[in-house]
Design a protein around this ligand. Structure first.
Ligand code: PLP
Length: 419
């Protein structure tokens, strides 16, 4: 039951389009794409060009946290479209002040730099850390220490910071100034710190790396090491931020305060936007002319950011993510308890991972056929990222489909009996 197999046919006759004479795409093949073209979305649901309907537990990779086409945000976007799209950062942009105040009033940060993506936010964080040490503190420090399995973006600096070999292949030489150590290995971290170290950067939950939460004790030790050695603590909240984990920012679960943290994915409901936030004492490091980007915090982007953040706060979406996340993980644990194929079910709020014994790519494809969209986090981990308004009924539907899929797959994979 509850299978979404009876996908609605739009009756447009577009099915014929599935067998065209294949012309090579004019797009670089840098993405491995699924064979689905999504053309419409509303709330938790998306539709493809053939009229098939899907329950979306991907959310554009933690981006559309208010669901697809959220009305309040859409209304503000339309209003702004008729008012002003873009002006240069050579002028004051009042909505930037508004968004910056919303973000700093609700976090440990005192100021914000606006940009357009997660990689750019992390790039700005790395630049700020170096410049703070070199221009404010008058030291030559430049090195940033990161962790294995982390993900920080695809620019040359952020892919170097990323603790995964696959994003670095073929891009040599990589910029100097980065060291990567194993997560939760305090002696290795201590040994990596030198007189050149400027900052330690990490995610609270390594999302791309397998939905791995950083152990609170390790995090405390990292925070202490930063204080002891005068290093800046940079928290990459690009995926964990904006309510996803059950707090507005994931660091708020742990009683630590980063010097710098970064945001992007969930910050503007799908409008491209990012932000780098920092403590007051970092202010002098970014003097006029030191860092810039043409599209950062335009009137259009900040209108959408403001509407997104206000909606999140008004509707208490972080709290909602915590409650629904607990419900979803609880249900998964109950329904998958009989399977030794499932090694772990973990997560924080609505960032959830199901670690399996073998690669789960085929389960993702089978899910698409059943009308449920989700992704992986590394080869063996299923990652669930529903929107923060997701209903109990939608969670029940998704878990029914997932449970059946994983049971079927586990049986096939290991000949294991399921009860
Ligand atoms: C997605 C992601 C990034 C990169 O963001 P882009 O907007 O794709 O540049 C950086 N860090 C983390 C933790 C992410 O999940």
């Amino acid at each position: 039951m509850n299978k979404l197999t009876q996908a609605e046919s739009a009756g447009t006759g577009t099915q014929d389009a599935s067998t065209p004479t294949h012309k090579q795409s004019a797009i670089f093949p840098s993405y491995g794409r699924y064979d689905i073209s999504l053309v419409k979305g509303k709330g938790s649901w998306v539709w493809d060009d053939k009229g098939n309907k899907y329950l979306d537990f991907t959310c554009g990779l933690a981006v559309t946290s208010l669901g697809h086409a959220p009305e309040k945000v859409g209304a503000k976007l339309k209003e702004q479209i008729d008012t002003l799209w873009h002006v240069s950062n050579l002028f004051h942009i009042p909505a930037q002040e508004k968004v910056a105040t919303l973000l700093t009033d609700n976090s440990c940060a005192d100021q914000v730099f606006f940009c357009n993506s997660g990689a750019e936010a992390n790039e700005a964080a790395i630049k700020l850390a170096r410049r703070y040490h070199q221009k404010v503190k008058g030291t030559g420090r430049y090195e940033v220490i990161t962790f294995e399995q982390s993900f920080h973006g695809r620019t040359l600096a952020t892919l170097t910071a990323t603790g995964q070999q696959k994003v670095k292949e073929g891009f040599l030489p990589l910029p100097a100034g980065f060291k990567t150590v194993p997560l939760h290995d305090l002696p290795a971290l201590e040994a990596a710190i030198s007189e050149n170290t400027a900052a330690i950067m990490l995610e609270m939950v390594l999302a791309e790396g397998g939905v791995l939460e950083v152990e609170p004790e390790f995090l405390n030790a990292v925070s202490e090491l930063c204080k002891k050695h005068g290093l800046l603590l940079i928290v990459d909240e690009v995926q964990t931020g904006m309510g996803r984990t059950g707090k507005l920012f994931a660091y708020q679960h742990y009683g630590i305060e980063p010097d710098i943290f970064t945001l992007a994915k969930g910050i503007a409901s799908g409008f491209p936007a990012g932000a780098m936030l920092g403590k007051g004492y970092l202010r002098e490091a970014f003097t006029a002319g030191s860092h810039a980007t043409t599209f950062g915090g335009t009137p259009l982007a900040t209108a959408v950011m403001a509407a997104t953040i206000e909606t999140m706060l008004e509707d208490e979406l972080p709290q909602r993510a915590a409650v629904m996340g607990e419900y979803l993980t609880g249900l998964l644990k109950e329904k998958l308890a009989d399977l030794s194929f499932v090694l772990d079910i973990r997560g924080k709020g609505l960032l959830i991972g199901i670690e399996c014994q073998s690669p789960v790519g085929d389960i993702v494809l089978a899910g698409q056929k059943q009308g449920l969209l989700f992704v992986t986090a590394g080869p063996n981990v299923i990652r669930l990222l529903p929107n923060l308004y997701v209903s109990k009924e939608e969670v029940d539907q998704a878990v029914d489909i997932l449970s059946e899929l994983i049971h079927t797959y586990a049986k096939k994979e290991s000949g294991e009996a399921s009860s």
